[in-house]
Design a protein around this ligand. Structure first.
Ligand code: ATP
Ligand code: MG
Ligand code: MG
Ligand code: MG
Length: 565
């Protein structure tokens, strides 16, 4: 047992605020700022003050312990990365505006790493030559950079944030499945230890590419993800994974539809050539960016989208591929999107926040016409499902038929079986048992370490303030000297005894503050136990508050110490 020092509030750099920050939309954002855990530096970029840094470190420690326990080895790669590997993988262009790009003094292109598949692949290519060197699992806890379109909700969605990212390298598919299983189980243990309520759902791979992928979602109203959840079996999926094509409802257009004539609709071949993607796929809706604006193209009546002439017709406009990322802020859009494998998906994201009639979707109900103000169901119906068959609350569960629920959640972790996508791109082979080169297969696994802090705050806080689970709290006990002289002396005694017993103690020894102010601050800061030396200090009686349960009780100091020890 180690003796901790007592952290005195009189010395602590944590200025609490009574007012919510003006731009704060979510509970965690408001409370983490008001309780003095974090301060905004610039949009989506945050400073972690002492209390916040302690919570962040506690999360990192738990993540590190569980990663070490499955045999993953910790490394630290640079965040400042050269362009070339990302050109090899295609992500230099695929990531678009999401990448922070910069040039060195010689004019060479660099980026700040948003995720590190390319670089880990190169490290393993350099270090591992034989099948005997594999399997290997590597991880880092590192600062990541993404120029998010809408950084919001404090540290929930930063442009600079902490991620634990790990990567597995195996020679066989069975090996990859095993590395994936180990990570999945480690993630369950991590989120259990953190005290985060979570669900595992099937997910799309997005810009990562690859096949199997699951997300760990922390249910919370502030979350930006919507997932479907079956009340009677264990089926759950992110609605991002829900994909289907639409066709117009029979009986004509609704009066609210705004029709936009689109004569001379282009053809697939020419657009595909223009965009450099395969022309084999067909779509009923396609979104691209035209001069930076997301725009729907094609959709002439019931014909398949005719993408091809678009490039010609829009010239000299800049036509770029959109990715799932571009839709982060537009859950109400019908999505046709061009993924890394070419033209892939049409998506409609059912979102309970979007009231019927307000959805801004684009589709077509007539030849050579686009339509705005489309309401799904009223104007269009599902033509064919391309992926998972789930859209609205009450829809039948694809696994058991029961009525599905839709909920909001925060994505806290994401695991992928990447397969050989990056190994192919970088020629990552090792010498196999038979002496021939074998292509390596990979997995990648992320946890939003800084996001987990906010997710925990979202799930546990009340209107008085934060309420940390013991495992991540910045201290075990918050001792409050509610008065001078005798109460202060008793508080000092309590703090010293607790520290000697190995507890992490925060002591409110600030002079000249009323007990009321100190208690309000203690509840805001949210340490699991609040021990108050107040009016009955002369009798040796203190008040003990269980912050999570909300219960308080007066009892002799010795008993209180036993309770929290
Ligand atoms: P989101 O859908 O929220 O944008 P993502 O799917 O783009 O996240 P991944 O590429 O899967 O994120 O990254 C792995 C993990 O990193 C995510 O599960 C999430 O917990 C965390 N993360 C991603 N983007 C951010 C961000 N901008 N701020 C904080 N954490 C993030
Ligand atoms: Mg993202
Ligand atoms: Mg996501
Ligand atoms: Mg993800």
């Amino acid at each position: 047992m180690s003796t901790h020092h007592v952290q005195r509030m009189s010395r602590l750099m944590a200025k609490t605020l009574r007012e919510d920050p003006a731009d704060a939309e979510t509970l965690s954002h408001r409370l983490l700022v008001r309780a003095g855990y974090v301060r905004r530096s610039s949009a989506g970029v945050w400073t972690w003050l002492p209390l916040g840094k302690k919570v962040l470190d506690n999360v990192s420690r738990i993540v590190r312990e569980e990663m070490d326990a499955i045999g993953a080895q910790e490394v630290l790669l640079p965040a400042l990365l050269p362009k070339e590997p990302y050109e090899v993988s295609g992500r230099w262009s695929e990531y678009g505006d999401l990448l922070f790009r910069l040039k060195d003094r010689k004019g060479a292109d660099y980026l700040l790493g948003p995720t590190h598949e390319e670089i880990f692949t190169l490290v393993v290519k350099d270090q591992c030559t034989s099948y005997k060197d594999l399997p290997v699992m590597l991880y880092q806890i590192q600062t990541k950079y993404r120029d998010e379109a809408r950084p919001r909700s404090g540290v929930l969605r930063g442009r600079e944030f902490q991620m634990k990212d790990s990567y597995s390298f195996d020679v066989s598919d069975e090996g990859l499945a095993e590395s994936y299983r180990l990570h999945r189980e480690a993630y369950v243990r991590i989120f259990e230890r953190l005290g985060l309520d979570h669900r595992i759902v099937s997910a799309v791979s997005g810009a990562m590419g690859g096949s199997a992928s699951e997300e760990f979602l922390a249910p919370a109203g502030a979350g930006e993800d919507t997932f479907v959840d079956c009340p009677s079996c264990d089926y759950a999926a992110n609605t991002e994974a829900v994909t289907f094509a639409l066709k117009p409802v029979e009986g004509g257009a609704h009066p609210a539809l705004e029709e936009i004539p689109t004569p001379d609709t282009p053809t697939i071949e020419t657009l595909a050539a223009h965009l450099g993607v395969p022309a084999s796929a067909t779509l009923k809706n396609l979104m691209v960016k035209v001069d930076g604006e997301i725009t729907a193209v094609g959709v002439p009546g019931d014909r398949e989208v005719d993408l091809g002439k678009l490039g010609e017709h829009l010239a000299p406009a800049v036509v770029e591929l959109v990715t799932a990322e571009d839709f982060a802020d537009r859950p109400d859009l019908v999505r046709g999107y061009v993924g890394p494998q070419g033209l892939e998906k049409v998506r409609y994201l059912a979102d309970p926040r979007v009231a019927p009639g307000t959805a801004w979707v684009t589709g077509a109900n007539k030849a050579d016409t686009h339509a705005r103000n489309v309401v799904c169901g009223r104007d269009f119906e599902v033509d064919r499902y391309l992926d998972v068959v789930v859209v609205e609350p009450g829809d039948p569960c694809p696994a058991c038929g029961a009525g599905l629920k839709l909920d909001r959640a925060i994505e806290i972790g994401h695991i992928f079986q990447l397969g050989r996508k990056y190994a192919d791109a970088f020629g990552l082979d090792v010498l196999g048992k038979e002496g021939k080169p074998v292509r390596v297969t990979m997995g990648s696994y992320g946890i939003g370490v800084s996001r987990a802090v906010a997710a925990l705050a979202e799930q546990t806080a009340d209107e008085r303030g934060l309420r940390w689970p013991a495992a991540v709290a910045p201290a075990d006990v918050h001792v409050v000297a509610a008065g001078k002289a005798v109460p202060l002396a008793l508080a000092e005694e309590a703090a010293a005894a607790l520290a000697a017993a190995g507890r992490r103690v925060l002591l409110d020894d600030r002079p000249g503050l009323s007990p009321g102010v100190k208690l309000t601050d203690a509840e805001l800061i949210g340490v699991p136990w609040i021990l108050v030396a107040g009016r009955r200090s002369a009798e040796g009686v203190v008040e003990l508050q269980d912050r999570a349960a909300g219960t308080r009780e007066e009892l002799p100091l010795a008993e209180a110490l036993g309770r929290v020890g």
